[in-house]
Design a protein around this ligand. Structure first.
Ligand code: SF4
Length: 428
């Protein structure tokens, strides 16, 4: 039997797909292109409404003989909606049931009836060893925790990923050491609230984990996503003391208005957030930040929105993901009335994105003439003799070079746009 996995959503879903791929390969299945696969696995994302619709329309493309499994967040949250769509789905597998994927495949092969596997568990499940089938030979994702107890009023994650559970430090270190020994150049620690990791049943917290991981010989260590409400000052000390922890943090603010942050049930104010950013920058002057923002949360006034714009100006983010608020069923905010017209919300989103593009362009132009370290990620698909890499702050760098993927290069920056830098490899 052959399989194809279609992944929607964030790095956590990419990492889950890697684990599913490993489990299926262990059952003797082989990967194949979508058109030739006997089994299609749709690993889905439910964070916003529109991408979820795209997933339903993708699933509807396989009415024939192929078996279809919908897995992940949409599977967990929308079982009824999936079956109500009258598209052909053979199994719905929730976020805590990937461990059963092998036996589900056996059931389907034996002609079993459509079914669901949706139970949650509070215990960490060690699904695959470090050698999981990985999508990159350069960047290795390592899950350290999963789930969320925060219940931000707009967010569906606690309903799709369940409550927080934490992976033992020994297993995390084993996987990181495996990646280092196999030539990985970058480790990305994953978790919905990665900075809230703590040893199950123990006293060690995220700064302890990071301190220990910094001894693993990998040039860059990153972690996503950090919740500002869980920030501990010790994290800054650990980062400042270890040069292989990238000077970049994804630190979602969501809004620049304390009033809206309260309505979102976020456990920090604008001034708390800015104080943390300031502390990072005092300890590490080159520290860069990226963020997520929701525009048009119910009740957002013009003043609230202006506070978000001014936060962009103050923090000068490296990059920002921004979306118009989209109500998700079961969340508290779904009961709040949206009084702002759609056209106004769109205007605000464009204004935010334009403001951020100006900031990014200004900062990127400031790098022209400097020389930076770049991790080579892939050959440019359209330009012979060019490579695509990433800077320490996760900025895309296109540069003239024939350096091998996975190597680090010094690159002289010769040009800049809002979203990327251009350069040439520097040999002196
Ligand atoms: S911290 Fe808030 S936004 Fe992040 S996953 Fe948890 S509930 Fe969602």
């Amino acid at each position: 039997m052959t399989f194809f996995i279609k992944t929607f959503g964030c790095q956590m879903n990419v990492n889950d797909s890697e684990k599913i791929r490993h489990l299926l390969a262990a059952k003797g299945l082989t990967a194949a292109p979508e058109e030739r696969a006997d089994l299609i696995i749709v690993n889905s994302c439910a964070v916003r409404a529109r991408p979820q619709e795209k997933i339903f329309s993708y699933v509807g493309r396989f009415p024939g003989a192929k078996k279809v499994i919908v897995a992940g967040c949409v599977a967990q949250a929308e079982k009824e909606a999936i079956f109500a769509k009258k598209v052909k789905v053979d199994y719905v597998v929730g976020t805590h049931q990937f461990c059963r994927i092998g036996e589900i495949v056996d059931e389907l092969r034996a002609g079993g009836r459509p079914g669901t596997a949706l139970a949650f568990t509070r215990k960490w499940q060690e699904l695959v060893p470090g050698a999981a089938a990985r999508s990159s030979a350069v960047t290795g994702y390592v899950s350290v925790m999963e789930g969320c107890d925060n219940f931000c009023s707009y967010c569906i994650v606690p309903f799709t990923r369940g409550r927080e559970k934490h992976r033992p430090m020994a297993a995390i270190l084993r996987e990181a050491e495996y990646l280092a020994a196999n030539g990985y150049r970058e480790i990305v620690l994953l978790g919905q609230n990665v900075n809230h990791w703590h040893e199950p049943g123990g006293r060690r917290r995220f700064p302890d984990l990071l301190r220990r991981l910094a001894r693993v010989p990998v040039p860059w260590i990153r972690f996503i996503t950090s919740y500002p409400g869980y920030h501990e000052p010790e994290l800054i000390e650990v980062m400042a003391a270890h040069r292989n922890i990238a000077r970049h943090i994804h630190f979602p603010a969501q809004s620049g208005s304390t009033r809206i942050l309260k309505r979102m049930n976020r456990a920090y104010s604008r001034s708390d957030y800015l104080a943390i950013v300031g502390a990072f920058r005092r300890a590490m002057p080159g520290m860069k930040f990226s963020s997520d923002f929701i525009v048009g949360f119910p009740g957002e006034s013009e003043r609230d929105f202006r506070l978000t714009l001014s936060l962009l100006d103050q923090v000068e983010y490296e990059s920002v993901f921004s979306f118009i608020y989209s109500p998700r069923s079961r969340t508290k905010a779904a009961a709040l009335a949206q009084e702002a017209p759609a056209a106004l919300l769109k205007e605000r989103l464009i204004a935010l994105q334009e403001r951020q593009a100006v900031i990014q362009l200004r900062n990127n132009l400031g790098r022209v003439g400097t020389t930076i370290d770049v991790l080579v990620c892939e050959a440019h698909p359209k330009k012979a003799g060019e490579m695509i890499g990433r800077s320490e702050s996760y900025r895309v760098v296109n540069f003239v070079s024939r350096a091998p993927v996975g190597s680090f290069r010094r690159v002289k920056i010769t040009g800049a746009g809002p979203h990327s830098l251009r350069g040439v490899e520097c040999f002196s």
